[in-house]
Design a protein around this ligand. Structure first.
Ligand SMILES: [Zn+2]
Length: 207
């Protein structure tokens, strides 16, 4: 049986922890013209094929670079210093070896933020962008499952109005059939805000 991706990433993470423990990296003093830390505090990870697959911390990216498991694609003006090395602060890195990423995003955790991001932060019944909740299209009481295909963003008033009725019973249908989101949705959610330097590496709809 093939090792699941989560385990692969976990083993990589623990390997990184070991390395950072022996060679701590410190952030260089902030440079005034640098962008806010939140923008550069996360690093976009591209697969060996340049496909965006993940977001990681600057520290984790630095370890991958130092261990020559990844190459720098975009950098910022900041510097990272360890005992022996100075590294430019990574913004986008690319793995040297192809990482098997499950195509199946349906296995990824369904969070409210990810559902909202997939749905463009709009109620799928009336389009409002305020007071968002998540709604089971087929209510759980009617056998609806908690899957990407059955959960949509809904404002609280629409959610109350629909209550535990089927879409056909109250004639409330999601504007777009809910689907499993693409990887870029999780990247958007993890990064909170997409740094400009990432945009050329992401699909257009992520921007
Ligand atoms: Zn609504």
């Amino acid at each position: 049986m093939r090792q699941p991706q989560a385990t692969r990433l976990d083993s990589r993470a623990s390997e990184m922890k070991t390395l950072t423990a022996s060679a701590p990296l410190e952030l260089a003093p902030p440079i005034a013209r640098d962008r806010p830390l939140r923008d550069v505090g996360r690093v976009l990870v591209l697969n060996a094929t340049y496909e965006p697959i993940n977001v990681c911390t600057v520290r984790r990216a630095a370890v991958l670079l130092l261990k020559e498991k990844a190459d720098m694609v975009e950098r910022s003006d900041g510097e990272l210093r360890s005992e022996h090395r100075v590294l430019q602060r990574p913004v986008v890195i690319k793995l040297r070896l192809y990482a098997k990423v499950p195509r199946d995003s349906s296995k990824r955790k369904i969070t409210r933020r990810a559902v909202f991001a997939r749905d463009g932060w709009a109620c799928q019944y009336c389009g409002t962008r305020s007071n968002l909740t998540v709604d089971h299209v087929i209510p759980r009481s009617k056998g609806g499952l908690s899957t990407w295909e059955n959960i949509v963003s809904s404002c609280a008033p629409c959610n109350r109005r629909k209550a535990d009725r089927l879409p056909t019973q109250i004639n409330m249908h999601p504007r777009k059939p809910p689907r499993v989101p693409g990887a870029h949705v999780f990247i958007t959610v993890a990064a909170q805000r997409i740094p400009a330097a990432w945009l050329q590496w992401l699909p257009a709809e992520a921007a």
